[in-house]
Write a protein that binds this ligand. Structure first.
Ligand SMILES: Nc1ncnc2c1ncn2[C@@H]1O[C@H](COP(=O)(O)OP(=O)(O)O)[C@@H](O)[C@H]1O
Ligand SMILES: [Mg+2]
Length: 461
């Protein structure tokens, strides 16, 4: 703009000078003789005056243009900086003219835009935080169904960045694909999908809603895999428990009906009564274990964790399996290190844990073997109470499952020795309720070691 102005001013000055010289020529030419000068002399005067006028005009207009140039360049620099995102650029022109006014307006606009941008980025940060703190995975797509926004939960679920991909590329599920397509046409829906994410298969409850004006869809995914699993476990548990109860019940009923039918032979009568007794003992044990397990799992069941003398508890547990051990000539041993040690535990829970482990040791160890309770130091403030036997051991594939309810390596054998399959599940839950944990190590043909980790009670407590 300024260079055009400059060209125009120069042109105007030159034209004005030419006009001036031309006019002088026209006016002075005819009267030159009366002025006692010859025409040539007058012309050279005219040229000098004209040149001087042009020079003066150029100097004056250059000064004028320069005075305009500085503020205009300032304005241009600041507007360019603002456009490039520099929110701190300001003109600070204090002149009381039109340019000054324009500059101040630009400064005000820059301040307003800055404030608005700040508010927007604060809002965006807020939205990000909300999205990322959500348990549910969320993604938003554009009108073509490409993902444009996600949250941290979705990244975790998908195990990779998914922006720019379509929903079905991020989460492989035909149902989700159909639901997103439907939402792009304005229809909201909910579907439950099963899909393989990163490494494992997950069950997701998805809610897909259209955004206003067909501008995309927002999908919220809730991972219900664990809920589903818990549901399956619960159903399996009920089925297992019913089955375990029905077997002795059917037997009892069978013998009772036979007796009711009138059995004369006293030998048969006493045998049947004996079987009824045996099966009712089994039922009793099962019901006792079920109740214990339910108590161990009940959140409102109170556990009083206090310093308990370990040697007394171990002696109690071993006493309760003494008779069974004697029958199989199994040696019961206690490590000397236990004497005087106190652990933080609920007395009843600790008893159940130790009795269950000692009972298993005796049950699954052949005659002449041994069951030993010993102490090992764990990290600072903790100990391992180990129950080790010289039994047949447990094969590796079973090790991770024996703490499940009703899981037995050999169900027939377990039943024969009066097992319910619940003992280790009870041990696990009770130990956890006391803040500890239980683990197992076993080698086939050598024996098994169950390790209960508990906190040691400090001397003063
Ligand atoms: N000390 C052990 N040695 C060998 N196998 C064991 C031992 N303890 C537990 N098991 C295996 O783990 C299974 C589950 O144990 P548990 O929950 O106590 O049930 P059970 O009522 O059968 O004893 C047992 O059936 C048995 O197969
Ligand atoms: Mg057991």
């Amino acid at each position: 703009m300024l260079s055009r102005l400059r060209a125009r001013v120069y042109f105007t000055v030159a034209a004005a000078a030419a006009l001036l010289v031309g006019a002088a020529w026209l006016i002075l030419g005819p009267i030159s003789h009366s002025l006692h000068h010859d025409a040539a002399q007058l012309v050279s005067y005219g040229v000098v005056v004209g040149a001087f006028a042009i020079l003066l005009g150029v100097v004056v207009s250059e000064a004028l243009i320069r005075s305009l140039e500085a503020p205009v360049r300032d304005l241009q620099r600041v507007v360019t900086a603002l456009a490039a995102g520099d929110q701190s650029a300001r003109i600070r022109n204090v002149e009381d003219d039109e340019l000054g006014e324009l500059s101040r307006t630009v400064d005000r606009m820059a301040t307003q835009i800055g404030a608005r941008l700040d508010a927007m980025s604060a809002e965006e940060a807020q939205l990000r935080t909300i999205l990322d703190s959500m348990v549910e995975a969320v993604f938003v797509t554009d009108p073509e169904g490409r993902i444009i926004l996600t949250n941290a939960a979705l990244q975790r679920l998908a195990g990779a960045r998914v922006e720019g991909r379509t929903a079905v590329e991020a989460i492989r599920s035909p149902e989700l694909h159909d639901a997103v397509a439907l939402a792009l046409r304005g229809v909201e829906s909910s579907v439950q999908i099963e899909t393989r994410m990163a490494t494992e298969s997950r069950v997701l409850a998805a809610h897909i809603s259209p955004l206003p004006q067909g501008s995309g869809v927002v999908t919220v995914l809730h991972d219900v895999t664990d809920l589903k699993l818990a549901d399956t476990v619960r159903r399996d548990f009920v089925a297992n428990a019913s089955h375990e109860l029905r077997t002795p019940l059917t037997a009892i009923r069978g013998f009772a009906e036979t007796l009711a039918g009138g059995v004369q032979d006293p030998v048969l009568v006493s045998r049947f009564v004996g079987r009824i007794l045996e099966h009712s003992v089994r039922m009793q044990r099962l019901v006792d274990d079920l109740m214990q397990l339910s108590r161990a799992e009940a959140p409102d069941e109170t556990f009083v964790v206090e310093p308990i003398d370990l040697s007394t508890a171990v002696a109690r547990a071993l006493r309760s399996v003494e008779a069974a051990a004697a029958k199989k000539r199994i040696k019961l041993q206690t490590d000397q290190a236990i004497a005087g040690v106190r652990v933080l535990a609920d007395e009843r829970a600790l008893d159940h844990v130790l009795i269950n482990l000692a009972d298993n040791g005796v049950k699954y160890t052949p005659e002449e073997g041994s069951v030993t309770v010993r102490l090992r130091a764990a990290e600072d403030g903790w100990v391992y109470i180990e129950v080790a036997d010289t039994g047949g051991g447990i094969a590796a594939p079973h090790l991770s499952r024996i703490f499940e309810r009703f899981y037995r390596v050999d169900p027939g054998r377990s039943r024969d020795v009066g097992g319910t399959g619940l003992g280790l599940a009870i041990v696990k839950h009770l130990t956890q309720r006391m803040g500890g944990e239980v683990s197992v190590e076993s080698s086939l043909g050598v024996g098994t070691v169950f390790r209960v980790k508990l906190r040691v009670a400090r001397a003063e407590s």
